[in-house]
Design a protein around this ligand. Structure first.
Ligand SMILES: NS(=O)(=O)c1ccc(S(=O)(=O)NCc2cccs2)s1
Ligand SMILES: [Zn+2]
Length: 231
């Protein structure tokens, strides 16, 4: 069909011919490979300042290409400030990218290392733009925190998300998802790399200030959930 995805016929190498020429012609396309030795320290950068209200989480859905938790972004309930950012960026949603096996799945790569997955917390500049749709078209409209995910034996915060997957088996399924604190998914150290890039999926808008955390978090191996009746 005409919808983009990650298959051999509709994956990233085809997106430019599926209505998103920016994939080939863009000036600041993400993801990128980060080479730590080439990163420059910038003393003007501030620490990231996250202020999230767990009561602002609304729902969790299977978008067909990811698992996404949406937040109430009608007011400044969950906001990101600091880092390279000017003003307050409102948390709109977070979602995941992962692979078929544990050796790959992250979008960004650090010094040639792939991680099992990557969590993206998507924020938009509500001080400067009146709605998300306007922000996603602006060069400083979005700020996305990227967190690398490693496989490990347990992560209680992810547990709540994984448990919700039971009733999200089909595309566009959605269920209530209240009182979730995204901070519980973050590593203790919020040191980050930052660069100007784009959405990593169509429409690939070049409107993202990327904040890629240096420290990964550990995620529950999904296969640790025994299916009742299986041996
Ligand atoms: N992987 S990522 O964090 O770079 C994202 C990809 C898409 C994102 S979105 O939530 O902004 N939707 C994009 C849009 C929907 C409708 C108009 S633009 S965030
Ligand atoms: Zn993403």
């Amino acid at each position: 069909g005409c919808s983009w995805g990650y298959g051999p016929k509709n994956g990233p190498d085809h997106w430019h011919e599926m209505g998103f020429p920016i994939a080939k012609e863009g000036a600041r396309q993400s993801p990128i490979e980060i080479k730590s030795q080439e990163a420059k320290y910038d003393c003007n950068l501030k620490p990231l300042n996250l202020s999230y209200d767990p009561a602002s989480s609304k729902s969790i859905s299977n978008t067909g290409v990811s698992i996404q938790v949406d937040f109430d972004d009608c007011s400044d309930r969950s906001v990101l400030t600091g880092g390279p950012l000017c003003g307050k960026y409102r948390l709109r949603q977070f979602h995941f990218h992962w692979g078929a096996c544990d050796g790959h799945g992250s979008e960004h790569v650090i010094d040639g290392k792939n991680f099992a997955g990557e969590l993206h917390l998507v924020h938009w500049n509500a001080e400067k733009y009146s709605c998300f749709g306007d922000a996603v078209k602006a060069p400083d409209g979005l700020a996305v925190i990227a967190v690398f995910l490693k496989v490990c034996d347990s992560n209680p915060a992810l547990q709540k998300i994984v448990c919700s997957l039971e009733c999200l088996k089909s595309k566009d399924s959605k269920s209530e998802f209240k009182d979730f604190s995204p901070c519980s998914l973050l590593p203790s150290c919020l040191q980050y790399y930052t660069y100007l890039g784009s959405l990593t999926t169509p429409p690939l808008c070049e409107s993202v200030i990327w904040l890629v955390l240096k420290e990964p978090v550990t995620k529950q191996p999904l296969d640790c959930y025994r299916i009742p009746g299986s041996s």
